[in-house]
Ligand binder design. Structure first.
Ligand SMILES: Nc1ncnc2c1ncn2[C@@H]1O[C@H](COP(=O)(O)OP(=O)(O)OP(=O)(O)O)[C@@H](O)[C@H]1O
Length: 594
């Protein structure tokens, strides 16, 4: 609501026009100049139509006083009309080009801001809804704003030149014709003002509907929805949202219809008045037939230009608030993100007395935790659901900053960006990119080219992926996307897990944080992976998070987390001897296998 009030407060029409003009110019200075040239040529050609119309009538009705003969006058009239016609498609094309450039600039700023936001900011509700709103508006508004700005400028030029013509014929005609425009301008401005808040209200509904459509049409959800026979239920929800959206749209259309009706009546009355006045002036002999003809053409064209002007203003009032909203969004995150320096791990990473709470949560997710991972060590983090393991992993990886306590790398507090550059983290819900196998591996190191063949193959080998790669039709270049039909293949959950391990190993940092790295592996694969986990890691340190005690028992040290606190720490044997929470959970799990 605060954003909306701000948008309204700053939405004075001249300010909106200035903002749109600035954005268009910045997006494409040369294209803007070309568009201006077209507009000037258009205004001149329109003036030419009126002038050559009068010349033609002069030549036909009073040849003795005519400047040119009737043939030449008619040819000039045809030429000016032809120029007007030819300009239309050119202007449309230029509008589209400029609109595309403005849209690209808007998206560049939007994506850059989204990329600069740290994870806590990105996950916050305020940022997420602001991003979604700007994203929705960015789809269409840049094109509307550009076309409206050009329409407004062209309309203004046309109105100015044609007004001059009318005044030269009979000054009284101008106020009569302009009277048609004024209510139309005000109404269009009013209608435009409703548009931004209207889209604002509709966005959450459209978002929920998009999500349901995605659930009903995309492959990852197909099996479960069919197994639960839930497609009908979700389809009904989608229909309900359709109804809500339709209700909103019909309400808005009622407003628009009213505006259109009032505008039509206004234009008809004023244009009719102007034409009757011309006839009256002619009857009284104050103007001749050629002047009357020219005035009729000018009045007709002027109404057209007024319409363009009015539509332009309406479009700008509707779309230009996007730029102010985008400015606010861009300003909501720091202007630069520090680039991290990759550090080697010679001693280890230590979290001391670290506490972290998610925004709006009363209880800390991590509460006074001390953990240490020495260089080359394998350390495990175990605990029940919601104990804080993933949160701690994100702190260790530099994605969250501790609220209190410290994170030291080789004994020193280093910038979070350096920690991010020096740690590899693989999450439980890792991303399956619809890209080639190679891209799915090299994506972990955006700074290296994809041509590091040796490193990719080495990472694949260590992750036990070589057999899978050999069997794929195009090896590393195979598209991992079953949805592309014949072109792509899909992997099993366990094969994906190996791809993700290869992704982690390719990045080659001193510390790996692996959240459930074996969740989908079959028992043999899991055994092989952990029997020789140190060989797989190749000397790197690892922080393993797992609910499977078979995976963690080989760790140099095991931390047991409970409600955000470390409650036990030691080797598997030490913790079993202690007969505490670890021993209890371990026995529970082993009993299940007996
Ligand atoms: N993005 C978030 N925003 C708010 N609260 C969160 C967020 N992520 C996690 N939490 C909360 O923080 C606590 C710790 O969650 P975390 O994911 O770290 O636990 P976990 O030990 O990894 O659990 P699991 O074993 O189920 O993966 C939980 O109470 C959870 O509800």
């Amino acid at each position: 609501m605060r954003l909306l009030r701000k948008a309204k407060a700053s939405a004075s029409t001249p300010r909106l026009i200035a903002a749109a003009a600035r954005e268009v110019r910045r997006a494409d200075p040369l294209g803007t100049v070309i568009a201006w040239v077209y507009l000037l040529v258009g205004a001149t050609a329109t003036l030419g139509v009126v002038a050559t119309g009068k010349l033609t009538l002069d030549a036909l009705l009073r040849p003795e006083r005519a400047t040119f003969g009737s043939t030449l006058s008619l040819l000039l009239l045809a030429l000016t009309i032809a120029v007007c016609c030819a300009l239309g498609p050119l202007q449309t094309q230029q509008d589209r080009l400029l609109g595309e450039r403005v849209s690209q600039r808007v998206w560049d700023r939007l994506l850059d801001t989204a990329a600069r936001a740290d994870l806590v900011t990105f996950e916050s509700t305020g940022f997420a809804s602001s991003l979604e709103r700007v994203r929705q508006h960015a789809l269409r508004m840049p094109f509307t704003a550009t076309a409206s700005l050009l329409g407004l400028t062209g309309g203004l030029l046309g109105v100015a030149t044609l007004s001059a013509v009318l005044v030269s014929v009979e000054p009284l005609l101008l106020p009569i014709v302009l009277a048609a425009g004024l209510p139309a301008v005000l109404l269009s401005r009013w209608a435009g003002r409703q548009e931004f808040p209207f889209t604002h209200r509709l966005t959450p509904l459209a978002r929920r509907r998009d999500y349901l459509r995605q659930l009903l049409t995309e492959r990852p959800y197909a099996a479960e929805l069919r197994a639960f026979d839930s497609t009908g239920r979700l389809g009904d929800k989608q229909e309900d949202l359709n109804d809500d959206i339709n209700t909103g749209l019909f309400g808005e259309f009622r407003h628009r219809r009213l505006v259109a009706a009032i505008t039509t009546v206004g234009v008809t009355v004023a244009l009719g008045g102007a034409l009757l006045s011309i006839v009256e002036l002619l009857r009284r002999g104050r103007i001749g037939l050629p002047e009357a003809g020219a005035a009729v053409i000018a009045a007709r064209l002027l109404v057209g230009r007024l319409d363009t002007l009015v539509t332009g203003i309406g479009g700008l009032v509707e779309s230009a608030p996007l730029f102010a909203e985008l400015d606010r969004f861009v300003a909501s995150v720091p202007a630069t993100t520090p680039t991290g320096r990759k550090r080697t791990l010679t001693e280890g990473i230590a979290l001391s007395d670290v506490t972290f709470s998610y925004p709006g949560q009363d209880r800390p997710a991590v509460d006074g935790v001390d953990i240490r991972v020495g260089a080359g060590e394998v350390v495990a983090l175990v605990g029940e659901n919601g104990a804080g393991k993933t949160t701690l992993a994100k702190i260790a990886a530099g994605l969250y900053a501790p609220d209190t306590g410290s994170r030291r790398w080789d004994g020193s507090v280093v910038p979070a960006a350096d920690v991010r550059a020096s740690v590899t983290v693989i999450f439980q819900d890792f991303v399956r990119y619809r890209l080639t196998l190679r891209d799915n591996i090299v994506i972990s190191d955006g700074h290296r080219g994809a041509d590091e063949d040796h490193d990719v193959e080495e990472a694949a080998k260590r992750a036990g992926l070589s057999g899978v790669t050999r069997e794929l039709p195009e090896g590393l270049e195979t598209m991992l996307d079953g949805q592309l039909g014949r072109e792509g293949v899909d992997l099993s959950a366990g094969q994906w897990q190996r791809v993700v391990l290869a992704r982690a190993l390719y990045r080659d940092t001193g510390l790996l944080v692996l959240d459930e790295p074996a969740a989908s592996l079959d028992p043999r694969s899991e055994y092989e992976l952990f029997a020789d986990v140190r060989a797989m890691l190749g000397g790197r340190a690892a922080l393993l998070i797992s609910h499977r005690f078979s995976s963690t028992r080989l760790a140099d040290r095991i931390y047991v987390l409970d409600a955000g606190r470390v409650v036990e720490c030691g080797t598997h044997d030490e913790l079993m001897a202690r007969a505490g929470q670890y021993a209890e959970l371990f026995k529970l799990q082993s009993a299940a296998y007996r």
